[in-house]
Design a protein around this ligand. Structure first.
Ligand SMILES: *Cc1c(COP(=O)(O)O)cnc(C)c1O
Length: 464
């Protein structure tokens, strides 16, 4: 064994203790460090020919890189839809690396079964019936892509062909109808050989991001060929929800695969006042739900549900002599694009075991309350205005006067020490979004952000 490895192995308990202390330092700084620190990159160095050992590497990371990392796990990182890491999820993630399992096949141990049972819990958490089979993937983009891949196979079936065997040629032109699709849908279509141009934007309701049902039905009557509808449960700008029940009912008259992108909106099922927004989710053929957002597990984790596991296996089966037959319960290796991968379920298992439905409901409801509190505050700040009502956990707002992209970028820049918000354009108007999905965020953070907004408007940003 290399002497550096041998030394680190001999000192592993103490070393891991030190790593734990450094992790605590990072976590302790989260509430008050600059949410986005100034970028001062260290000079690149050549590949180390001789290693320095873990102690040196940890020192260098702590000095040179740790201070450059944003507080994205902290309470006022409100950009994108981010989420943090619950204490139990962190423990699960550490132990995932320690055990270093590859849960794709059932040949050795119980890890694949732990994943299955975690998926069972998630199915209950989101109110889905037993007909939905799930699989862990790396994020919602992959979950959407897997859902669309199964849809593609289903469309092939309709055309008397297997896309998995013959490719997409027998399908002809596929149309994917959606009101406000996430950008990852187009990426998925590109990867799947269906093409970004397959995506047809259906008009949305006046002043909304939810699809106009009458327009969707008109579009369906005009489709002549294979068709997928991507319904959206939680759009990124204004967290709007398509009427999932009504869309599912359209399948009685039109032939299409229903995929629901519920990446973070699926968590509305945890809030007693909002669960109606996802009514009908269970009727979908495939569903995308992100876990590294509102479940507050570390990147990379999402789940893909489908009612058509037999088609999923047709797409993703990885036949190899050493993997054994498919059987009644196919191994995870046959369900998603990846073969080998980490035991992704463990962080989710830990946080669900530790906090339960009730604990995760409290996070979701508190985040929603924070979004509403910020929405109320913004209404009282002269110089700002809401661009949409706060429907769930995102506040979409802009400058009351001259809301140009440049001025909003200045505002976001002025806020960076206190909070991170990401820019967008909604209904043609440049805007900022504050998305609440971190388990640490409380009303105190909303007050800090409100104060920072007022200060920025009054002093900090030159153009404001
Ligand atoms: C975040 C998000 C995605 C993509 O998720 P990744 O985890 O970044 O791949 C897809 N759809 C919606 C609605 C999202 O919010």
């Amino acid at each position: 064994m290399h002497p550096r490895l041998a030394t680190d192995l001999a000192q592993l308990p103490e070393l891991l203790g030190t790593v734990g202390e450094r992790a605590i330092d990072i976590l302790d700084r989260l509430p008050d460090q600059p949410v986005v620190p100034p970028l001062r990159l260290p000079d690149p160095e050549p590949l180390p020919e001789r290693g320095a050992g873990l102690t040196e590497a940890l020192e260098e990371f702590t000095q040179a890189w740790a201070p450059l990392l944003s507080a994205s796990a902290g309470p006022r990182y409100l950009g994108f839809v981010t989420g943090g890491v619950t204490p139990a999820a962190l423990a699960g993630d550490w132990l995932t690396a320690a055990a270093d399992q590859n849960p794709t096949s059932a040949l050795d141990d119980a890890a694949p079964e732990l994943e299955r049972r975690t998926i069972g819990w998630l199915r209950e958490l989101f109110g889905l019936g037993a007909a939905h089979q799930g699989a862990f993937v790396s994020g919602a983009t992959m979950s959407n892509t897997v859902g669309l891949a199964i849809a593609r196979e289903w469309l092939g079936d309709r055309a008397g062909a297997s896309v998995a065997e013959e490719g997409t040629a027998p399908l002809g032109r596929v149309q994917v109808l959606s009101g406000s699709p996430h950008s990852s849908i187009a990426k998925g279509l590109s990867m799947l050989g269906l093409g970004r141009a397959a995506l047809v934007h259906v008009p949305v309701l006046q002043g909304r991001e939810a699809v106009d049902l009458a327009a969707l039905e008109r579009a369906l009557t005009q489709v002549d060929g294979p068709c997928v509808v991507v319904a959206n449960a939680g759009t990124v700008n204004t967290v709007d929800f398509d009427d999932l029940r009504a869309i599912a009912a359209l399948r009685e008259r039109y032939d299409f695969w229903l995929h629901v992108d519920a990446a973070f909106g699926g968590f509305a099922s945890l809030s007693l006042n909002h669960e109606h927004l996802v009514a009908g989710l269970d009727a979908a053929d495939s569903i995308c739900i992100d876990l590294h957002k509102w479940l507050n597990v570390p990147y990379d984790s999402a789940v893909q549900f489908t009612r058509h596991p037999e088609l999923q296996v047709r797409v993703f089966q990885n036949a190899a002599a050493y993997l054994g037959p498919l059987g009644e319960t196919p191994d995870h290796v046959h369900l998603t694009p990846e073969n080998s991968r980490r035991l992704r379920a463990l962080a989710a298992w830990f946080t669900l075991r530790a906090y339960g439905r009730d604990g995760h409901r409290e996070i979701v409801q508190r985040n929603i309350a924070c979004a509403h509190a910020l929405g109320q505050a913004i209404k009282t700040i002269s110089g700002l205005c809401l661009l949409a009502p706060v429907r769930l956990n995102v506040v979409c707002f802009t400058l009351a006067e001259y809301p140009t992209a440049d001025r909003l970028a200045d505002l976001a820049e002025a806020l960076k020490h206190e909070a991170f918000l990401t820019p967008t354009t909604y209904a043609g108007v440049p805007a900022l979004r504050a998305a609440f999905s971190n388990w640490r965020t409380t009303e105190t953070d909303v007050h800090r952000l409100t104060k920072a907004l007022i200060d920025s408007l009054n002093h900090a940003a030159p153009s404001l």
